[in-house]
Design a protein around this ligand. Structure first.
Ligand SMILES: [Zn+2]
Length: 242
């Protein structure tokens, strides 16, 4: 699937599932459930939107295993270098990062960062905002440096806005895990499938053979408009004062 499909399905998953996820109780170190859920504060309008954006960005993380993909240019050489490392670790495109194990590990890793290391958390938040913006096509055609600058500026602006609105990131792990998972499901709908149960080598394609050919007319002319309308609809549903 192309980046914008992944990013949009990530946002849809968040907007669709946030109320259900908010009901998950928080488990603390001594393994006692705490009544206020892990996402207790995630349903304010600002956090809902921040979550949708971050989940969209997380839905791009698995494709950092592809240094030539557009999203590797998000922050210029920084993300390109990161992508080189991920690609090397993952053993090439559509390897380890396209698995359940990666989604779970990324989710727990992000949760751990959010709880313990504010600086690491903020770096991840900035990266995810940037990936989401790049995936939906924010940038200047044929101008890598200009695109990186636009993206850095917008990302910094959004980060500051979220901070001023008091967005906390207790739910970061859920957003990251969910985003990666949605990416894997999306790629399983394409002809190549994913190694869902990595380290087992078997590749999985969804059984009803949707067989979306990445980047073909269907994805660009049918799927993209449907996903866009779904996002607008869900935003309305969640935020409109009814
Ligand atoms: Zn992928």
């Amino acid at each position: 699937m192309m980046g914008h499909s992944h990013a949009m399905t990530g946002a849809i998953a968040w907007l669709g599932l946030a109320p259900a996820l908010a009901a998950i109780p928080l488990l603390n170190e001594s393994s006692r459930y705490i009544d206020s859920g892990i996402m207790a504060a995630a349903l304010s309008p600002a956090e809902l939107i921040a979550g949708a954006l971050l989940c969209a960005g997380a839905a791009m993380l698995p494709d950092l295993d592809h240094p030539h993909a557009t999203i590797a240019q998000t922050f210029g050489p920084v993300t390109w270098g990161l992508s080189k490392v991920v690609s090397w670790l993952a053993g090439g495109h559509r390897g380890m990062t396209h698995s359940l194990a990666f989604a779970v590990a990324a989710g727990f890793g992000a949760h751990w960062l959010a709880e313990r290391y504010p600086i690491g958390r903020d770096v991840l938040v900035v990266l995810l905002i940037g990936l989401a913006l790049r995936a939906i096509g924010i940038g200047i055609p044929r101008n890598k440096l200009g695109s990186a600058m636009v993206n850095i500026g917008l990302t910094a602006g959004l980060y500051a806005v979220f901070m001023s609105l008091g967005v906390g990131y207790a739910w970061l792990g859920l957003a990251v895990g969910l985003g990666c998972l949605v990416h894997v499901v999306g790629d399983c709908m394409t002809e190549k499938g994913c190694p869902v149960l990595w380290p087992m080598a078997a590749r999985f394609v969804l059984p009803w053979k949707i067989g979306i050919k990445t980047g073909r007319a269907f994805e660009q002319k049918v799927l993209a408009p449907i996903l866009s309308v779904a996002i607008v609809g869900l935003l309305f549903l969640r935020l409109a004062p009814i």
